[in-house]
Design a protein around this ligand. Structure first.
Ligand code: FAD
Ligand code: 2HG
Ligand code: ZN
Length: 474
């Protein structure tokens, strides 16, 4: 039951949003109060559903004046607890799901304007309907929202060719902490007019403003593709193969994912319909895809030739090509369901790291050795976007091991892996952000100058500290 000031706030929010825009019923609010990985369980004064930019603006002006913490939420698929309110019960969760219109498409400018609550897959479809292509692609694309993608600077499986979400933005519409609307939905590719304010909101995880819409870049529609699943002797061979394929294909490699044997075992065991693409087991695999906007591009023969040469040179041990769209979907299903298979198999400890692609083989060797020696009850599940130097250096609890004992290894394991990442000049959070989970890591690994500047930016944008308090910065 909210106290008197809570009751007044609820009434004011109801006046702004209408009765159906404010949820307080515990059964209905429950899904909005915990994160996808169930790392955090929060409470909230209310979960609210604005339908317009004006709604968001009035809500923020009100909350800023009353010093009420506001937690923006998209599809709630984030990995670091950024969209979950704290345990106080005093914060308001702002769900963007009702701001979900594609406002316009401009095929000649290769751009479209989408509201923040559009599901990523719907944005991809809207681009396709306009005979264009929006390349951001994540396992969560049926649920995550473009506002969440912008706010986490999401990566995924086509960064190698098209870049991260940050690289796909032309302009933003953002509501500032005091309710002012920064409307910069420009369709410009060139604009050198002072500081690039919009870039600050990308990856800010809702701590500097609430994004309500974005103008995003489109690309020529993909009309031909070739997808291969190849076994490789080791991580070094995977990295060598990638360099060769980029060279041989005229840089048409759009995805290059590393997959370990255990991921094939976990997905075939836990995910209905997933099968091992090759006849024999191998230690490592890559899933690679070439794409082109030309329907008649001979990508299949190109990848086949490159893989045959690699086979002769010992870089590849065996390979299979997708011969139909169905084959292609099946290969991608194996890759995209690794996180779900990991979850279904038991407890896991995850590290979202990046280093230079060329240094990955040595890093995997060193980090794996540490894990083998120090986490005997864990099994390595190391996979990911090797083309971007980004690996999910994960461990799952070994069969018959004790869940709590395994999870108790989290702190020393994290320290060892992240310290090693630093030694390699890498990042402890490549694509999943900071949220609440990695605030301490940011404090440990960012320089004093970086932290000072980040805090100064936060103060400038949110002097009353109402925007997603406790996320990114303490
Ligand atoms: P949420 O989880 O709702 O929010 C994330 C953060 O953004 C929070 O801090 C929230 O406060 C803030 N936020 C949300 N909307 C707004 C807004 N409109 N304005 C301001 N702040 C906002 N991530 C990758 O990068 N690459 C992957 O390959 C990938 N694969 C995934 C696969 C699976 C199966 C799952 C479950 C997740 C995966 N993710 C991946 C993580 C996640 O999907 C991304 O981080 C995604 O961008 C989050 O979007 P969301 O809409 O769910 O955001
Ligand atoms: C992926 O690449 C996601 O599948 C999730 O980023 C990674 O669960 C993970 O560690
Ligand atoms: Zn990933």
């Amino acid at each position: 039951m909210p106290d008197q000031s809570g009751g007044e706030s609820l009434q004011a929010l109801g006046e702004i949003l209408g009765a159906d825009g404010v949820l307080t019923d515990p059964a209905e609010t429950a899904p909005f109060l915990t994160d996808h990985r169930r790392l955090y369980q929060g409470r909230a004064l209310a979960v609210i559903f604005p339908r317009s930019v004006e709604h968001v603006s009035r809500v923020l002006a009100f909350c800023n004046e009353r010093r009420i913490g506001v937690v923006p939420q998209g599809g709630n698929t984030g990995y670091c607890g950024g969209a979950t309110p704290d345990e106080s019960g005093n914060q308001v969760v702002v769900s963007l799901k009702r701001l979900n219109r594609i406002r316009s498409t401009d095929p000649l400018n290769y751009s479209l304007v989408a509201e923040a609550g559009c599901i990523l897959a719907e944005v991809q479809r809207a681009a396709d309907d306009a005979e264009r292509f929006f390349p951001l692609s994540l396992g969560s694309e049926g649920t995550c929202q473009i506002g969440g993608n912008l706010s986490t600077n999401a990566g995924g499986t086509s960064v190698l060719r098209y870049g991260m979400m940050r690289d796909l933005v032309l302009g933003l519409e953002v509501v500032l902490a005091d309710g002012r609307v920064l409307s910069s939905l420009t369709a410009l590719r060139k604009d050198n007019t002072g500081y690039d304010i919009k870039s600050l909101f990308l990856g800010a995880e809702g701590t500097l403003g609430i994004i309500t819409a974005a103008s995003i870049k489109l690309f020529p529609k993909v009309r031909s593709s070739a997808t291969a699943f190849a076994s490789v002797p080791d991580v070094r061979s995977a990295v060598d193969l990638l360099a060769r394929l980029r060279d041989a294909s005229g840089d048409r490699v759009s995805s290059f994912e590393l997959i370990p044997r255990i991921a094939v075992e976990l997905t075939t065991r836990h995910i209905p319909g997933v099968t091992d693409p090759l006849a024999q087991p191998y230690s490592w695999y890559v899933l690679c895809e070439l794409t082109s906007s030309r329907a008649a591009d001979p990508l299949d023969s190109l990848i086949e030739e490159a893989l045959t040469t690699a086979l002769e040179d010992g870089l590849v041990l065996d390979a299979v090509l997708a011969r139909s769209e169905r084959d292609r979907i099946a290969l991608w299903k194996l890759r995209e369901t690794i996180p779900e298979a990991q979850r279904l198999d038991g407890a896991s400890l995850k590290h979202d790291i990046s280093i230079a692609v060329s240094a990955l083989p040595r890093f995997v060797e060193r980090a794996s050795q540490w894990a083998h020696e120090n986490v005997p009850d864990g099994r390595l599940v190391v996979y990911g976007h090797v083309g971007d130097g980004n690996l999910h250096f994960n461990l799952n609890q070994a069969p018959a091991s004790e869940r709590h004992a395994f999870l108790a290894r989290e702190a020393p394991l994290k320290r060892a892996i992240h310290d090693l990442v630093r030694e390699f000049g890498g990042s402890f959070s490549a694509e999943h952000g900071i949220g609440r989970l990695k605030v301490g890591e940011l404090e440990r690994y960012a320089s004093t100058a970086e932290l000072d500047l980040m805090r100064a930016v936060k103060r400038a944008f949110d002097p009353n500290g109402v925007l997603n308090p406790g996320k990114v910065l303490r």
